[in-house]
Design a protein around this ligand. Structure first.
Ligand code: SDX
Length: 437
């Protein structure tokens, strides 16, 4: 990154000037390097929600929000979704290049042979009520992984970090499927090594011990593509959470758990479940105008779930691919008259013609269609965010690995603008008067 270009900050009150270098990446906005700002000025930069802040240098994923572009290691998401499998994309995100055939076969073989959980881990499920949200179970059981695998937790070792990645990619689908089976009171299904990654997941998720599960190749391909679309997305909230947790040197399985916890929020990965609930609540195209009005009303907390994005101020490229996948799956299942899909298409059409959404550049995001296609695949809505976590786990690991292997890496420790009480003495209990009403 070149630094010959700099900016000068001028204090208007006394004319003092401060130089701040500008850094350029390979593509996208340049950054103003403010690492010396506090040292030079005694002031912090202020950016709640990090709307204008680059938290790190990364080579993994690039997003152009204005143009609706998403690249994983430079490759357009549209090409990856069309031409690659999810495990190929996992290899790409973790290693920086797409794997030659022999490398891919080795990678797939490693993952296939790490899908089993330590049998004691199954005991953790029994501590949950059957009506626990599967994401609560995911947080608990993935967190429990940090109590195992002490054979490879030296995070300064690339070999150990690679083994962590394999273990997480291999075991998350098993845990996701078990989280579902536990909440519906059905027996856990063991992984089957003869199946592919997604076939195996669907077998564990939707199969049962009483009959052989025959995966539908169209649905398998659709779910594989859905996982690709969710694999990574730059410094989103959950990835930033994993980076911050990892910056202290914490156990990688525990760091991943922090990402799962953050993803659960309805403003983030919880939106796919919220979209389907919203569509069911709207119920009929005749109610769309009423809900569009609610979404536009500042005094109404209702938002159009699956719409809007911090970065995309154009159509989320993943939403386009998700809509196409949705259509493909519904056609395969002879559900193309699915009233919910038709309602979603009409809601999208109306919203995209509405001045409020046009002016605020609110477009459908990755979550708008994903719930409809997951429901058609037989995935219950309370599992949608767990599915998002299954896709995003590789992005979390890739960013964690990139951060830990950065020799300049240091613990993340933001500061604040303090607006609380200045120094005062503690009054005795008798001098505290009545609590103000
Ligand atoms: C994901 O960061 C990522 O990359 C995330 C993600 C990933 O892959 O990791 O892409 C996955 O989280 C997708 C987003 C899923 N969330 C939703 O669909 C929930 C609904 N969307 C909103 O909550 C919202 O759009 C956010 C949270 C996604 C983005 O919020 P921002 O960037 O903080 O924008 P904002 O809330 O400041 O909104 C800007 C304006 C506001 O109006 P004003 O205050 O300017 O008058 O747009 C309005 C908002 O009220 N607005 C909406 C809206 N989203 C924003 N109004 C109605 N419906 C909406 N959905």
């Amino acid at each position: 990154m070149n630094t010959e270009h700099s900016f000068t900050l001028i204090d208007d009150s006394n004319g003092s000037t401060y130089k701040l270098p500008m850094l350029s990446g390979t593509v996208g906005p340049d950054v103003l390097d403010i690492q010396t700002l506090y040292k030079q000025t005694g002031m912090f930069a202020y950016d709640p929600g990090f709307t204008s802040t680059a938290s790190c240098t990364s080579t993994i994923t690039y997003i152009d929000g204005e143009a609706g572009v998403l690249l994983y290691r430079g490759y357009p998401i549209e090409q990856l979704a069309e031409q690659c499998t999810f495990l190929e994309v996992c290899y790409l995100l973790l290693n920086g290049e797409l794997p030659p055939k022999a490398e891919l076969e080795k990678f797939v073989d490693k993952i296939t042979h790490h899908t089993l959980l330590h049998d004691q881990l199954t005991d953790f499920f029994n501590g949950f009520r059957r009506d626990a949200h599967p994401m609560a179970i995911m947080v608990g059981v993935v967190g429990a992984l940090s109590a195992f695998y002490h054979d490879a937790l030296d995070i300064s070792s690339k070999e150990h970090r690679d083994l962590c990645a394999i273990r997480i990619l291999a075991k998350i689908p098993t845990i996701v499927a078990m989280s579902h089976k536990y909440t519906v009171g059905l027996p856990f299904m063991y992984p089957q090594n003869k199946l592919t990654y997604v076939e195996n997941f669907l077998h564990m998720m939707l199969g049962n011990p009483c009959e052989e599960y025959i995966p539908n190749p169209v649905l398998v391909r659709a779910l594989d593509r859905i996982l690709i679309l969710h694999a990574d997305h730059e410094q989103n909230a959950s990835t930033s959470t994993v980076r911050l947790a990892g910056s202290s040197g914490a156990n990688p399985y525990a760091c991943l758990t922090s990402g799962i916890a953050c993803l659960w929020g309805a403003a983030h990965g919880g939106a796919n479940e919220a979209v389907l609930n919203m569509l069911l609540k709207i119920g009929d195209v005749s109610n769309i105008d009423h809900y569009i009005k609610k979404a536009k009303d500042k005094n109404d907390p209702f938002r159009l779930m699956g719409f809007g994005h911090r970065v995309y101020k154009n159509y989320d490229p993943r939403a386009k691919l998700m809509r196409a996948t949705c259509h493909e799956v519904l056609t395969e299942l002879d559900l193309h008259d699915d009233p919910i899909f038709k309602l979603a298409l009409e809601l999208e059409r109306i919203a995209l013609e509405d001045d409020y959404f046009i002016e605020k550049k609110l477009y459908p995001n990755v979550d708008f269609y994903s719930g409809i296609v997951l429901k058609a695949l037989g995935i219950p809505s309370n599992m949608f965010t767990a599915m998002f976590a299954m896709g995003r786990s590789v992005g979390w690991i890739a960013h964690w690995d990139e951060m830990i292997s950065d020799p300049k890496q240091k613990i993340g420790r933001p500061r604040q603008l303090y607006a609380g009480a200045t120094r005062r003495d503690v009054p005795s209990i008798t001098d505290r008067g009545d609590v103000s009403a």
